[in-house]
Design a protein around this ligand. Structure first.
Ligand SMILES: Nc1ncnc2c1ncn2[C@@H]1O[C@H](COP(=O)(O)OP(=O)(O)OP(=O)(O)O)[C@@H](O)[C@H]1O
Length: 197
């Protein structure tokens, strides 16, 4: 599995040219408003852009949009919920429940309405939603931003396991040490340019 961007340009700046293989992780830091979220959304084809993104040499245009986003899965910093019924977001309830203990979540949370969940609970449940399709590429926007250090370590353990299983990861973070803990290449995005750190 190989994700490759070529001359990718848009509101986040660019051109961005990088490649990630199975097990590779890239961590992106940068000031607020630098375009980190937009860059992930360009890769997921959720924001307008020029240039190409390809998976195993097959360009995005050869996939349907839902197929691309199943493979190249984007988790927003503030994920959307389309029902107040939490469980309704998890058609495969058994698999969701199986992942919950690894994130210190009680299965009973699925019976709570979304508006009663804490920000950190919502974030971890949204991460589970993203992981359920086993996407080969994970684009995660500050997935631990709302979490305490213990929950952060649990998320990092899950992401490390996914990397060992062959996924590729692009993670936006404000935690400089997170890149090292994930064994990720660290890049800083500023003024439309990604600079290796
Ligand atoms: N589709 C778009 N076209 C043009 N500009 C956009 C678009 N989407 C977002 N922006 C602008 O691009 C800038 C970068 O936004 P972005 O959300 O990517 O920042 P960020 O680096 O993720 O910041 P933060 O760390 O605060 O989340 C913002 O000024 C935003 O208003």
């Amino acid at each position: 599995m190989r994700l490759r961007t070529q001359a990718l340009k848009g509101a986040a700046g660019g051109p961005f040219d990088f490649a990630l293989g199975a097990g590779d992780a890239m961590a992106i830091t940068g000031p607020s408003g630098a375009g980190k979220s937009v860059l992930l959304r360009m890769i997921a084809d959720l924001d307008p852009h020029e240039g190409t993104v390809a998976l195993d040499g097959v360009e995005r245009a050869a996939f349907t949009a839902p197929d691309w986003r199943r493979r190249v899965a984007y988790l927003a910093a503030e994920p959307g919920w389309w029902h107040d019924d939490t469980a309704a977001h998890f058609p495969d309830r058994a698999r969701a429940v199986a992942l919950m203990p690894d994130l210190a979540l009680d299965a009973a949370l699925l019976a709570q309405p979304v508006h009663r969940l804490s920000t950190g609970e919502r974030m971890r449940l949204a991460l589970i939603r993203t992981l359920l399709n086993d996407p080969p590429v994970l684009l995660l926007d500050e997935p631990t931003g709302a979490l305490d250090p213990q929950a952060t370590r649990l998320v990092e353990a899950i992401l490390s396991a996914r990397l060992r299983a062959g996924a590729a990861l692009v993670i936006v973070t404000h935690d400089m040490d997170q890149a090292a803990r994930l064994g990720a290449r660290h890049y800083h995005l500023q003024a439309g340019t990604l600079t290796p750190q």
